[in-house]
Design a binder for this molecule. Structure first.
Ligand code: R2B
Ligand code: URA
Length: 295
């Protein structure tokens, strides 16, 4: 099989070791992953597993739940395959997620997969939205309230655009019946506490409740509807790679009302499930139009 890599430097490698996934090109990657059409990812390994099991139960793929076992290693994240869908975790924050984006993208190239899409299914803090709302992002925004991703490369700051795929966003939102969904910008911060303007971190933050509220109002006016920790890097990576991508996050709280996540375990599970359910509906619709593939 002749492989087209996005990065020409990869052509010089005899083997490629996808260190954090625990997979490498000495394995039959084509047989294992050649049919992948969707990669669904989120921070938590538990949610990657529960999403994989939800896919088995909700989609007509004829795969027994016992067959859902992590592939590769599980030290840093877990990766499951359910028919043409990968469900995987990427840890918290842009540095961790970016590593997994590079490795899963190389994995799909080595496997010869084509026409695949990425969907991040996350949790988030709502900005002016009720807990339980699902925000489908039109773009990622950084902590400076700019719709761009800044990365330091070889000692210099590089800036990349962060729009998400309009068509995939619209197709997902169209399936929202019974689920409270909003389209908006998602602010990806570098921290859960001060990076998201919280007042309940371990250190004196050096800003006030009033400062926080003013910033939240500015963010809301800019179109931001939720805070998480990956959006700009996720959108920028997928745009650079030419991979259509969507970001679908459940809001666990409304940041205008507080900083602490006080919902019960059951409420949190219900909120996460809203985002997963919306994506399952989208996958079911998309895959309904394709022939079913082997597990
Ligand atoms: C949402 O939740 C995590 C922090 O609690 C982080 O990964 C994110 O983006
Ligand atoms: N994840 C975040 O990054 N922020 C929140 O407020 C909730 C979940």
């Amino acid at each position: 099989m002749s492989i087209e890599h996005r990065n020409p430097y990869l052509n010089a490698l005899d083997e490629d070791f996808l260190y954090h996934l625990g997979l490498d090109t000495t394995m039959d990657l084509e047989g294992m992953f050649g049919d992948v059409k969707f990669v669904c990812m989120g921070g938590s390994a538990d949610r990657a597993e529960s999403f994989a099991k939800k896919l088995v139960n909700d989609l007509d793929l004829d795969i027994p739940e016992e067959d859902i076992q992590p592939l590769g290693k599980t030290e840093r994240g877990s990766l499951f395959k359910v028919g043409p869908i990968i469900s995987m975790s990427h840890g918290m924050g842009m540095p961790s997620m970016t590593i997994f984006l590079h490795e899963v993208t190389k994995l799909l190239e080595h496997a010869g997969a084509t026409d695949y899409k990425y969907i991040r299914i996350g949790t988030s803090g709502g900005v002016g939205v009720e807990p339980g709302t699902v925000i489908v992002a039109e773009a990622g925004v950084n902590g400076k309230l700019k719709a761009e991703h800044e990365a330091v490369v070889l000692g210099e700051v590089r800036t990349y655009p962060t729009e998400l795929d309009v068509q995939v966003c619209e197709d997902i939102v169209a399936l929202a019946e019974g689920i409270r969904v909003q389209v908006g910008k998602t602010l990806g911060a570098d921290d859960f506490y001060e990076g998201q303007g919280r007042l309940d971190g371990a250190l004196d933050p050096g800003y006030t409740e009033e400062d926080k509220m003013k910033f939240l109002e500015r963010a809301y006016a800019f179109g931001v509807r939720n805070y998480e920790m990956e959006a700009p890097a996720f959108a920028a990576f997928c745009l650079r790679a030419g991979i259509p991508a969507a970001l679908v996050c459940a809001a666990l709280l409304n940041r205008f009302e507080g900083d602490q996540v006080t919902s019960t375990k059951q409420e949190l599970a219900e909120y996460s499930n809203n985002a997963q359910e919306l994506v399952v509906r989208y996958l079911a619709k998309e895959l309904g139009e394709r022939p079913t593939v082997n597990p």
